[in-house]
Structure formats: structure tokens, C-alpha cells
Design a protein around this ligand. Structure first.
Ligand SMILES: *[C@@H]1O[C@H](CO)[C@@H](O)[C@H](O)[C@H]1NC(C)=O
Ligand SMILES: *[C@@H]1O[C@H](CO)[C@@H](O)[C@H](O)[C@H]1NC(C)=O
Ligand SMILES: *[C@@H]1O[C@H](CO)[C@@H](O)[C@H](O)[C@H]1NC(C)=O
Ligand SMILES: *[C@@H]1O[C@H](CO)[C@@H](O)[C@H](O)[C@H]1NC(C)=O
Ligand SMILES: *[C@@H]1O[C@H](CO)[C@@H](O)[C@H](O)[C@H]1NC(C)=O
Ligand SMILES: *[C@@H]1O[C@H](CO)[C@@H](O)[C@H](O)[C@H]1NC(C)=O
Ligand SMILES: *[C@@H]1O[C@H](CO)[C@@H](O)[C@H](O)[C@H]1NC(C)=O
Length: 443
């Protein structure tokens, strides 16, 4: 039994099984943000002679997954023969066939309208409240005031039923695929307070749909990996080779360039990276810098190997039990997120506005990078440099999981020994569960 446990937890197979089980149990949703979703609400503000005026709000409730350039794109199917007479704060990409409307031209007659946000330079006549951000939505835990977008539309051609029919089959690209939206349902009408909070007003009717992200559906290759180093060992644990692709492989759609070659020599319209053994566009490095009497200090560095992409409003999430104690991050913003049912605390880091909130592209000579030192208080009962405790359990960049090196490659304490110890105790319940499963309930 002990032997089985040991062999399980120290083999690569264990990690493969772990990933499969987490995906199976949860359909690959993110256990660190289990309630994350993007909610799309249709508020009916007013009825008209042949339809209604609706305000559509797209609220990003993901704590650390933002909607990046080129922004959201939503669409649906009309259940009847609706048309959009006019729209402000967004626009339909196609007008469609409006030839049956002789006296007034609708904004869009499409059966499946496809809607985009205006850029910030939109004309005042085309704007509405909370619009025109080029479809970009910030993450909820980072900037709630910029985590939603809204637009208004006048819907008509409904004939006898001006109270309207719910649109069907909402689709959301934010910006790429990966989001699945629930059917649009009737909910309690949205209430807003006016007169300085002394009066409440409610809309006529509210329809809602909730869209959730699955990295399995998005089918993305990893974008990020983790490397580790310490003050007590000169060896650096690099990102696992081929974390995001292999340099030699022809199938890889990512191109890389060695020093001296300019990106313009290569084919455009794919990401071009600096060549590395990991081939990730991004790398997060965790360096254990000092071990003081009652504090310890880490240097966290995020590097961009892309030669043609800057990351605005980047964020990095680190899962580590050390964040249960007070910590100070010197050059990034940070908060510890509430987690339920997840072992080990989760801290979220993001850049300081106008200082390092933009992770710049690499050039031929160096990568773009941002860095901070983090001072953590020690919990004397749990702090240890042994067994890889001081290394992160999990790291995300912009909500995407970063490939971690395997525990048997972590930097060792000078007196050795740490390689044969099993990895984090936080994994023990899963080890036990697996052992239980594999041994077929025989103990
Ligand atoms: C969407 O997220 C919000 C905020 O976390 C939560 O209150 C709501 O229940 C979520 N909706 C669904 C359907 O999960
Ligand atoms: C446009 O719609 C009208 C009637 O709704 C139809 O007669 C006409 O053929 C359509 N035109 C095209 C190009 O589809
Ligand atoms: C934007 O506003 C201009 C000026 O009023 C108007 O001509 C144009 O049709 C509007 N665009 C859309 C897509 O509503
Ligand atoms: C909506 O989606 C369902 C299931 O994907 C499909 O059966 C149905 O035909 C779609 N409806 C329309 C009007 O496209
Ligand atoms: C990764 O690849 C480099 C050369 O490309 C090699 O030197 C190194 O040993 C490899 N590391 C591992 C862990 O396989
Ligand atoms: C990235 O930012 C730098 C400096 O602001 C700028 O020169 C460069 O053009 C930007 N790259 C892209 C792809 O926008
Ligand atoms: C955490 O650190 C801050 C600032 O250094 C201090 O004000 C606060 O009391 C500390 N909290 C705990 C629980 O130690």
C-alpha cells in the first residue's frame, strides 16, 4: 500500500490521472473560480407599437478572466420575424435583407444578428451608457467598474405581441470560442435605485443567459509555463521542455526566431516567439530569495516571449498555502481571493496603472518582463523549505493554466533528500482517492 502510494505520487502518470480526474469531475471548469460566468441580461425598458426597447448588459463575473482585444461578439436567433430598428452603444455587423420595409430602414433585418461593441472613439449619436470599449471587459476581482458593457436596441415588426419573445440560442465569442451560453430565461426584473437611493425603479421584464468558459472547448494549446529557483541552490528548474510546443515540430503553428533574425523575415499572421525549449509565449518565474526569522521573500517575474504582442491588463494567479499569512507585494497590485473547498490560498496579482500594467513584447535582444518582490509572513507551523512546500501549487496567466515542472525536478536543499519525499500534502486526498479507485475497494 505504501509502495503503491509512493509510486503513484512520484510518477508522471499520477499527474496525467490527476488532470483527467479534475476534468471529469468538473467538465474542466475552473475550481478556483467555480461561480465565474458572463451574464447577458436583456432588460425591456419600454414597449412600442410594434415591439420594445431593450438594454442588453454583458457582465463579466469571472474573477480573473478578462475579455481581451478584439473584444466580445454576441449573437442570437430571433424567435419570430423581429428586426432591430435602431441600436446605440453597439452595432450589428450585417444589415441583411430589409427590402420589405419601404418607409423606414431598420438597422438590421438578420435572423441571426451578430453584434459588436463600438471603439472608444464612437460618435456621440451612436453611444449609450457603459458602451464603446472595443468589447473589452476587465476581470471582476480587478476592476468591477469596467467589467460590464451595455447597449440599447429598439426591436420591432412583432405584429400582435408587443411584449416580445425571448431570443434563442445566444452565442458569445469573448473574444474566441470556449463560451457556452444557457438558454435565455425570464427572471425577476432588474431593479435600480434612483433619487439618491430613496426610490427603486424596475424594468418591465428581464431575460437572462449565463455563459461559462471551458478551456476544453476553447481547445487552446498552453500559453504559459513556470520555472523555479532558490537562494540555496544555484540550479534553476526551467520550464518543462515543449510545454507549449516543440521547436522542431512541423505541426506547431507557432514560429520562433533566434537572435539575429528579424520577425519580418518570417511569415506573418501567426505568433512569432523567441526560440526556447518550452516554446511558451509567457513564462512565470518563482524565485525564493530570502529566508528571514519570521518572514520569507519571493521574487516573481513574468516574461513575454512574443515578438509582436503586448499584454495589457495582464494578471497572474498563484495558489500557495503561504498566502494564508500576511503578505506584501511591492510592485504589483494584489489581493487574496476567497476560495471555498480548495486547499491552499489563492493570491491574484496585476500591474499598477501607468507603471507595469502593460507586459511589453520581446525584441531581438531581450524578453519583455514585469517583476515584483513579495514578502510573506511565516506561519511557523507550516513553513518549510523542504519537500517543495515553498513552490507554488498552481499558476495561471490571464486565467490560463501554466505548465508546472514536475516535483522531482524542483531545486533541492543542499543536504538533498527532498526528491524522495512525496509532493504536496494538499494532493493527499486525491492520492488516497486514486489508490482507492485503482485497488478496486479492496481495502
Ligand atoms: C454568475 O456569477 C454570479 C456572481 O458570481 C453569481 O451570483 C451567479 O449565481 C452566477 N450564475 C450562475 C448561473 O452560475
Ligand atoms: C429579400 O426579401 C424579400 C421579401 O422578404 C424577397 O422577396 C427577396 O427575394 C429577398 N432578396 C434576397 C436577395 O434574398
Ligand atoms: C452612427 O451615428 C451616425 C450619425 O448620427 C449615423 O449616421 C450612423 O447611422 C450611426 N451608425 C449606426 C450603426 O447606428
Ligand atoms: C437552437 O439550438 C438548438 C440546439 O443546438 C437547435 O436544435 C435549434 O435548431 C436552434 N434553433 C434555432 C432557431 O437556430
Ligand atoms: C530540454 O532540451 C534541452 C535541449 O533542447 C536539453 O539540453 C535538456 O536536457 C532538455 N531537458 C529535459 C528535462 O529533457
Ligand atoms: C507594444 O508596445 C510598444 C511600446 O508601447 C510599442 O512600440 C509596440 O508597437 C506595441 N506592440 C504592439 C503589437 O502593439
Ligand atoms: C498585515 O500587515 C498590515 C500592514 O503591514 C498590518 O496593518 C496588519 O495588521 C497585518 N495583519 C495581520 C493579521 O498580521
Amino acid at each position: 500500500m505504501e509502495l503503491l502510494l509512493y509510486r503513484l505520487c512520484c510518477s508522471n502518470l499520477f499527474y496525467v490521472l490527476l488532470v483527467i480526474i479534475i476534468c471529469r469531475l468538473s467538465d474542466c471548469y475552473d475550481p478556483l473560480d467555480p461561480n465565474g460566468n458572463i451574464t447577458v441580461s436583456f432588460d425591456i425598458l419600454q414597449y412600442t407599437s410594434d415591439g420594445y426597447v431593450a438594454r442588453i448588459t454583458i457582465q463579466n463575473f469571472y474573477l480573473y478572466r478578462h475579455v481581451d482585444k478584439p473584444g466580445w461578439r454576441i449573437g442570437w436567433t430571433w424567435s419570430q420575424n423581429e428586426v432591430i430598428w435602431s441600436m446605440s452603444g453597439a452595432f450589428a455587423t450585417h444589415q441583411g435583407n430589409c427590402s420589405s420595409f419601404k418607409f423606414q430602414t431598420p438597422h438590421s433585418c438578420m435572423k441571426y444578428p451578430d453584434i459588436l461593441d463600438w471603439m472608444p472613439d464612437a460618435l456621440p449619436q451612436n453611444r449609450s451608457d457603459a458602451c464603446c470599449k472595443g468589447g473589452i471587459l476587465d476581470a471582476w476581482a480587478i476592476n468591477p467598474s469596467k467589467s460590464f458593457s451595455s447597449f440599447e436596441m429598439t426591436v420591432g415588426n412583432l405584429g400582435g405581441n408587443p411584449t416580445g419573445y425571448r431570443p434563442l440560442n445566444l452565442t458569445l465569442l469573448a473574444p474566441g470560442p470556449g463560451y457556452t451560453c444557457s438558454p435565455i430565461i425570464d427572471t425577476d426584473p432588474t431593479v435600480s435605485s434612483v433619487v439618491g437611493g430613496r426610490r427603486e425603479e424596475q424594468v418591465y421584464r428581464t431575460w437572462k443567459s449565463t455563459c461559462t468558459f471551458s478551456s476544453y472547448l476553447a481547445n487552446k494549446t498552453p500559453v504559459c509555463c513556470v520555472s523555479l529557483s532558490t537562494f540555496y541552490n544555484a540550479a534553476i528548474t526551467a520550464c518543462p521542455n515543449c510545454s507549449c510546443g516543440c521547436r522542431e515540430s512541423d505541426q506547431s503553428r507557432t514560429l520562433c526566431t533566434s537572435q539575429g533574425m528579424s520577425p519580418s523575415d518570417l511569415v506573418s499572421d501567426t505568433d512569432i516567439l523567441q526560440c526556447t525549449d518550452h516554446m511558451c509565449p509567457l513564462r512565470v518565474h518563482w524565485h525564493i530569495k530570502n529566508n528571514f526569522l519570521d518572514h520569507w521573500r519571493v521574487k516573481l517575474t513574468i516574461s513575454n516571449y512574443n515578438l509582436g504582442r503586448n499584454y495589457s491588463n495582464w494578471n497572474v494567479l498563484v495558489q500557495h498555502p503561504g498566502f494564508s499569512q500576511n503578505s506584501t507585494s511591492y510592485s504589483f497590485n494584489s489581493i487574496v481571493l476567497p476560495t471555498i473547498g480548495v486547499p491552499d490560498e489563492v493570491a491574484l496579482f496585476w500591474g499598477i496603472e501607468y507603471y507595469n500594467d502593460e507586459l511589453l513584447q520581446a525584441d531581438k535582444v531581450q524578453v519583455g518582463s514585469v517583476t515584483t518582490e513579495i514578502l510573506l509572513r511565516k506561519d511557523m507551523d507550516s513553513f518549510t523549505l523542504r519537500n517543495g512546500w515553498a513552490f507554488p501549487r498552481r499558476i495561471y496567466f490571464n486565467g490560463e493554466n501554466c505548465e508546472m515542472p514536475l516535483p522531482d525536478t524542483f531545486p533541492m536543499l543542499p543536504n538533498g533528500g527532498s526528491r524522495i519525499d512525496p509532493p504536496h500534502w494538499s494532493l493527499l486526498p486525491i492520492v488516497v482517492y486514486l489508490t482507492y479507485k485503482i485497488s478496486g475497494f479492496r481495502f
